[in-house]
Design a protein around this ligand. Structure first.
Ligand code: ADP
Ligand code: MG
Length: 701
C-alpha cells in the first residue's frame, strides 16, 4: 500500500465512476478514501432477529417478520388507491402496504409462500402495518449471511436514486479495509489511550464499520467520539492561548476615580454576587497584559448593563475610550439614555451614533472621537463604518452578541492599532455544552443570579377563543397602573400577511381599548426610526398603556412598569425567542404575566415549546429543550462555528465525553504547550492536519 493511499480521490474506486463521485462529493462531502473511512454509520440494524406479529410494539425501528401473504386488497383513498396485503404468522396478522408500484407487487409476490418482511411498522387502532417493506423469500434469505449489526450509512435521496446504496458503500468500505490491511495511523497518544482505556485507531475504525460484537462497537464509538471532541477542544484552546500570548492587550493598570466614585456614591442598587464575581473576572483580564476576549452570558434581566458600564469606567480611568454596540436602534437609544442617567454625576462625555444620526451631528462625533474628547460611544452597526475612528479605543462591548456575525466582531478589533479588549454579552442562553464548543476560544463569564425581589413571571397558554377573558385581564392590570405588550410574529416569507395581522390586531385592540381612556403605541420595522423612537418613548414615559409590536422589541428593551406580555400566534415563535420576549416583563417589583395565544391546531413541537414556557423561567433549561427540538445547527450564532458538523459525537448526549475531552486537551497543553514531546507526536500531527493555524505553536512555545 502506498503511503498516500488514503488521499486517493474516490473517482478511482471500483464501481464509483465520475457521476457518483460527484454526488458523493456534493451530498456527503466525501473526496478521498480517507473521507470515506470517516463516514460513520448512523445506526446498525439487526438482521439476525425476527419478530412475531403478536409481540410488535408501536414505533419500533426497522424489524423483520417471517410470514405469508394470505390475500391482497385494494383500498380506495383520496388520491388513487393503496394495495394492502394481509401478512400472517403463527401468532397473528398484520398488513403490508404499498402506495406505488402495485402492479409489479401483485405480479411478483406469491400467496401462501414464506417471506421475510423487513421495514418500519406503524400502529393504528391496535393493528400493525408496514409500508413498502423489503420482501425476500425465506429460502433465499437463509442463503445469505446476516449480521446482527449491519451498518446503515448516512445517505440522501439523490444518492439512493442514483444507486449509491447502503450495500454499495459497505462494499467499497470492505475494499478499502482489504487494501490497507485494516491498519491506520494512530491519532492519539499512548498516554491518553491507556489512561482512558481506549482501543486503537485501527480497531476502532474496523469495529465502527464491521462490528464484531456490541461491546467492541461501543468501545469503537466511545473512542471515535472522544477523538472528535478532543480535537475540537484542542483547537479552540490553542486558539485562545495564541490570542493571549501573541496579542498584547492594553494593561489597565489602575482602578481610578470614575470607577471608585461610581462604586461608592452612585451605584443605584447593591450588585448581586454574580455581578461582583463577573466584574472581578473582567478586572483581572483588563489588568493583565493579555487582550481580553470574554463572553458574558446572563439570562434576560440578570443585569448585564451595569457590568458593561462599570467595565467602561475601568477603560476611562486608564485614559482609554470605550464603545458599546447594540443590534437595534431602539436598544442603542435605551442604552444611551440609561448610561447617561448612571453617569450623570461623573462628568463623562457620551454620544450615540446610529443609522439615523444626522450628517452634521456625525461630523462632530467623528471629530470628537479622533481628538479623544469623546469618551464613550454607543450605537448600532454604524460604529463599524470606516469613518468612525477612535483616538484610543481600549474596550469594545457588544450587546446581544448573537445578532452580530463573527466578521463584525473582528471589525471592532481593528479600531485601534492594537486590538481593544472585547466583551460580548448575550442573553440568548446557549446551553453550557454548546457554549463550550462554539465559544471555546473565548473566556466565559456567567451571571447566574437575578437581582433580588424579582417575582418569577407567571406564564399561561390561552386559545384565541379565550380572548375576551384575556382582554378583561389586561383591563384589570391597566387599572392597577401597569402596561402591556402585545407582540405579533413577523416572518420574512410571510411578511405581508404578518403585517396585516399586526394591523388587524391593532385595530381590534383600539376598538376594545378606546381613546381617550386608553392609549396604544405601535412599533414595527417599516416605521421610520424617529417614529419608532417617538412611540417607544411614549410607552416608556407611561403615556400609552399598550404597546403593539413585532419582535423589534425582542432584545433588551427595558420598561419596568410593563407587567403583561401577550404573544400572538405564539406557536410560530422559537423557544429562545419566546423566552426573550417574556424577558421584557418581570423587570420591576410587580408580579408579571406572559400569555401565549394560539389557535387549536398545534404541532407536537409547538406543544412542547408552549409547555416548556409555562413550566419554567430558567433560560438554560429552555435552551436545552430548544437544542433538543431543533438540533444545534439552528441555534443562533452556531452556524458559523463549524464544530457542529460532528461526524459521530452528539453534543447533547455526549456531554460527559465532551467534558473529558476538554479536560484532557487542557491537561496536555498545560504540560506540553507546543506538543513537542515524542509522546505527543501523534497529537501534533493530527492537529496539524486539522488546523489552519499550522505554525501556531511557534507563538505559544
Ligand atoms: P440584561 O441582563 O437583560 O441586559 P439589564 O442590565 O437591562 O438586564 O437589567 C435589568 C433590570 O435590572 C434593570 O432595570 C436594572 O437596573 C436592574 N438591575 C440590574 N442589576 C440589579 C441589581 N443588582 N439589583 C437590582 N436591580 C438590578
Ligand atoms: Mg441587556
Amino acid at each position: 500500500m502506498k503511503s498516500n493511499y488514503l488521499q486517493t480521490p474516490i473517482d478511482y474506486l471500483k464501481g464509483v465512476g465520475p457521476n457518483r463521485a460527484n454526488l458523493l462529493r456534493k451530498e456527503l462531502g466525501i473526496h478521498t478514501y480517507q473521507d470515506l473511512i470517516n463516514l460513520f454509520p448512523n445506526r446498525y440494524i439487526d438482521r439476525t432477529q425476527y419478530y412475531k406479529i403478536k409481540g410488535l410494539q408501536p414505533n419500533t425501528a426497522e424489524i423483520q417478520v417471517i410470514g405469508k401473504i394470505t390475500k391482497f386488497t385494494e383500498v380506495a383513498q383520496k388520491r388513487g388507491k393503496r394495495l394492502v396485503a394481509t401478512f400472517v404468522d403463527d401468532t397473528g396478522a398484520m398488513e403490508l402496504v404499498w402506495f406505488r408500484g402495485q402492479k409489479w407487487i401483485r405480479e411478483n409476490l406469491k400467496l401462501n409462500t414464506k417471506y421475510v418482511a423487513f421495514g418500519k411498522t406503524n400502529a393504528f387502532g391496535g393493528k400493525y402495518s408496514m409500508p413498502h417493506p423489503d420482501l425476500e423469500p425465506l429460502e433465499e434469505h437463509e442463503k445469505n449471511m446476516r449480521s446482527a449489526m449491519q451498518p446503515v450509512y448516512p445517505s440522501t435521496e439523490k444518492l439512493s436514486n442514483k444507486g449509491v446504496s447502503n450495500r454499495m458503500i459497505s462494499k467499497i468500505m470492505q475494499q478499502i479495509f482489504i487494501d490497507t490491511n485494516g491498519r491506520f495511523v494512530e491519532t492519539l497518544s499512548q498516554n491518553i489511550l491507556s489512561e482512558l482505556k481506549l482501543i486503537s485507531k485501527s480497531e476502532a475504525l474496523f469495529n465502527i464499520h464491521f462490528p464484531k460484537s456490541q461491546e467492541l462497537l461501543s468501545k469503537a464509538q466511545f473512542r471515535l467520539k472522544f477523538e472528535e471532541l478532543f480535537y475540537i477542544q484542542l483547537q479552540l484552546i490553542i486558539k485562545n492561548l495564541i490570542h493571549k500570548s501573541k496579542i498584547k492587550g492594553f494593561p489597565f493598570d489602575k482602578v481610578g476615580t470614575y470607577f471608585n466614585t461610581f462604586f461608592k456614591d452612585h451605584l443605584p442598587f447593591d450588585l448581586t454576587g454574580a455581578q461582583k464575581r463577573v466584574l472581578k473576572e473582567i478586572r483581572a483580564d483588563l489588568g493583565s497584559n493579555a487582550q481580553m476576549n470574554r463572553l458574558l452570558q446572563g439570562d434576560v434581566g440578570s443585569g448585564k448593563t451595569i457590568v458593561a458600564f462599570m467595565s467602561t469606567l475601568m477603560a476611562l480611568d486608564n485614559g482609554f475610550q470605550a464603545c458599546l454596540m447594540a443590534p437595534t436602534e431602539i436598544l442603542s437609544v435605551q442604552h444611551y439614555n440609561g448610561l447617561l442617567e448612571l453617569s450623570k454625576d461623573l462628568n463623562i462625555s457620551i454620544e450615540i451614533l446610529t443609522g439615523s444620526t444626522k450628517t452634521s451631528k456625525r461630523k462632530i462625533i467623528h471629530e470628537k472621537l479622533e481628538s479623544g474628547e469623546l469618551q464613550l460611544l454607543i450605537g448600532t452597526h454604524a460604529l463599524l463604518e470606516d469613518k468612525v475612528k477612535f483616538k484610543n479605543l481600549g474596550l469594545a462591548i457588544i450587546d446581544e452578541q448573537h445578532r452580530f456575525g463573527v466578521a463584525q466582531r473582528s471589525k471592532l478589533w481593528h479600531k485601534n492599532t492594537s486590538p481593544p479588549h472585547v466583551l460580548v454579552m448575550t442573553a440568548t442562553p446557549i446551553p453550557r455544552t454548546l457554549a463550550m464548543s462554539v465559544y471555546g476560544d473565548l473566556d466565559i463569564s456567567i451571571i447566574d443570579e437575578l437581582p433580588p425581589g424579582r417575582k418569577s413571571i407567571k406564564t399561561v397558554h390561552r386559545y384565541d377563543k379565550n380572548r375576551l377573558n384575556v382582554f378583561r385581564f389586561i383591563r384589570d392590570e391597566i387599572k392597577l397602573g401597569r402596561q402591556v405588550y402585545v407582540v405579533y410574529p413577523l416572518i420574512k416569507e410571510n411578511e405581508k400577511m404578518d403585517y396585516k395581522d399586526l394591523m388587524d390586531g391593532h385595530e381590534s385592540l383600539s376598538r376594545d381599548f378606546p381613546m381617550p381612556e386608553y392609549q396604544i403605541s405601535i412599533v414595527h420595522g417599516k416605521m421610520k426610526p424617529a417614529d419608532k423612537e417617538y412611540e417607544m418613548q411614549r410607552f416608556i414615559k407611561g403615556e400609552t398603556q399598550i404597546m403593539v409590536a413585532t419582535t423589534v422589541i425582542e432584545v433588551g428593551v427595558n420598561v419596568p412598569n410593563a407587567s403583561v406580555m401577550i404573544i400572538e400566534s405564539a406557536e410560530r415563535f422559537g423557544l429562545s425567542q419566546l423566552h426573550q420576549l417574556r424577558g421584557r416583563v418581570g423587570r420591576g417589583a410587580e408580579q408579571s404575566y406572559c400569555i401565549l395565544m394560539t389557535g387549536y391546531k398545534l404541532s407536537q413541537d409547538s406543544k412542547k415549546r408552549l409547555e416548556t414556557m409555562v413550566k419554567t423561567n430558567d433560560g438554560f433549561e429552555i435552551a436545552e429543550v430548544d437544542l433538543r427540538l431543533r438540533g444545534p445547527g439552528d441555534i443562533m450564532g452556531t452556524q458559523q462555528s463549524g464544530v457542529l458538523n460532528l461526524k459521530i459525537a452528539d453534543i447533547i448526549k455526549d456531554n460527559d465525553i465532551l467534558q473529558h475531552a476538554r479536560y484532557h486537551a487542557k491537561n496536555i497543553l498545560n504540560k506540553d504547550k507546543s506538543l513537542s514531546t515524542p509522546e505527543n507526536l501523534p497529537i501534533l500531527n493530527t492537529y496539524k492536519s486539522l488546523s489552519k493555524y499550522k505554525n501556531i505553536w511557534n507563538y505559544i512555545s
